[in-house]
Design a protein around this ligand. Structure first.
Ligand code: DP6
Length: 356
């Protein structure tokens, strides 16, 4: 079993409730490819967001049988049986580390700050909020558990639900996966990257909703396609190199170099999907129209506005807070027309999850 120091032999019979709000995150160097039990093939780093988040309440009470975790789930006020298999698999994976869960009945109530159909990945914030609630229960039995240890184990548990969720616990930036440039970095949990230049600590992220439909490739399938991928070795090496270069860019506040690197990463992620078997074209015509408009805007105004993409058609626009007015004007005049029903979400770098 990995990481025995995360095991607790607590057998508390507790009753109560706990609520956490956990943010979404946007990767700058992307996690795409995994091995073992949710271990990344390359390190990744992300901005923690502040507006896009999941709020989850867990009420818990002792139960008689202790064979497996029992839970009920309300999502946005409704029963959500579609999420049960993923949650059941998550609980099965984490119970060796949090065995007390089996002795409790859990009532989970969860909601997102963004529309479910927006194409914004909610698994990161959802798994992070749930993991933090579980750790709050553990903390009731083990008040001696330090804040740092608690957050670290929350990231460890969240990772077992969804890899990118390991990066949704703290802020303003989180590294997940080992890399020499980031002392203390680990493939088992995310660690905060503290040495962030002030310009990046208040960076803005406007999410342009190009396609609000369901994702066409599940992340599990996408990660699996990296096993047989013809460019896998080069991709993992490149991600490693990008992590190294990004460390000084982030520390020194080099916004132009940031734009170049972040866009190269976004395109590399899509290049992997374009060249896997089967392949996926997840950009839409409006994604490309936005990218071209952003490049032209940067060329003519010299404002360091850049884009990044997840495994979908939506575009994340990243820019310094000082350029907010010009960029917002550009969005309403030139980009909003490319968004599904004109929708976009203004977000910004945040400080991490909050206990409610
Ligand atoms: C493209 O974390 O959703 O957003 O571990 O299978 O749940 P699972 O995958 P997931 O993958 C995220 C992929 C990405 C890039 C990133 O966030 O680093």
């Amino acid at each position: 079993m990995e990481h025995p120091e995360f095991l607790f032999d607590a057998s508390p019979k507790l009753e109560g409730e706990t609520t956490w709000q956990a943010p979404s995150n946007i990767a700058l160097v992307k996690y795409w490819g995994k091995h073992g039990v949710q271990l990344p093939k390359n390190p990744s780093v992300s901005f923690t967001l502040s507006t896009a988040c999941t709020t989850t309440k867990v009420a818990f009470q002792p139960k008689a049988t202790e064979d497996k975790v029992s839970f009920e789930l309300l999502f946005e006020g409704q029963a959500a049986p579609a999420f049960h298999p993923k949650l059941a698999a998550f609980f099965e994976r984490i119970t060796p580390y949090v065995p007390f869960l089996k002795q409790h009945q859990l009532h989970i109530t969860t909601s997102n700050s963004f529309p479910h159909s927006s194409g914004i990945a909610s698994s990161a914030s959802a798994m992070a909020a749930l993991a933090l609630n579980i750790m709050s229960i553990e903390q009731m039995a083990h008040p001696e558990l330090s804040e740092t240890a608690m957050l670290r184990k929350a990231s460890f548990l969240a990772r077992l639900g969804s890899g990118s969720a390991a990066r949704s616990i703290t802020g303003p930036m989180v590294v997940w996966g080992e890399h020499d440039a980031y002392p203390g970095s680990s493939s088992l949990f995310g660690v905060p990257f503290e040495a962030v230049h002030p310009v990046f600590q208040s960076y803005q992220d406007t999410i342009l909703l190009v396609d609000k439909g369901q994702k066409k490739v599940s992340s599990t399938l996408g990660h699996n396609l990296m096993h047989q991928h013809p460019y896998a070795t080069q991709r993992f090496q490149k991600a490693d190199d990008h992590m190294g270069a990004l460390e000084s860019i982030l520390r020194e506040g080099e916004v132009d170099a940031f734009c170049t690197l972040v866009e190269a990463e976004a395109l590399a992620l899509h290049a992997m999907m374009l060249t896997s078997h089967p392949s996926f074209i997840l950009m839409r015509p409006n994604t490309l129209a936005i990218i071209e408009a952003v490049l032209e805007f940067r060329r003519t105004t010299k404002i360091p506005l850049c884009y990044t993409l997840d495994a979908g058609a939506n575009v994340h626009l990243l820019y310094p807070e000082s350029e907010k007015d010009s960029v917002h004007q550009f969005i309403t005049h030139s980009l909003q027309a490319f968004c599904h029903e004109g929708e976009y979400i203004h977000d910004a770098v945040g400080t991490g999850a909050k206990k409610m």
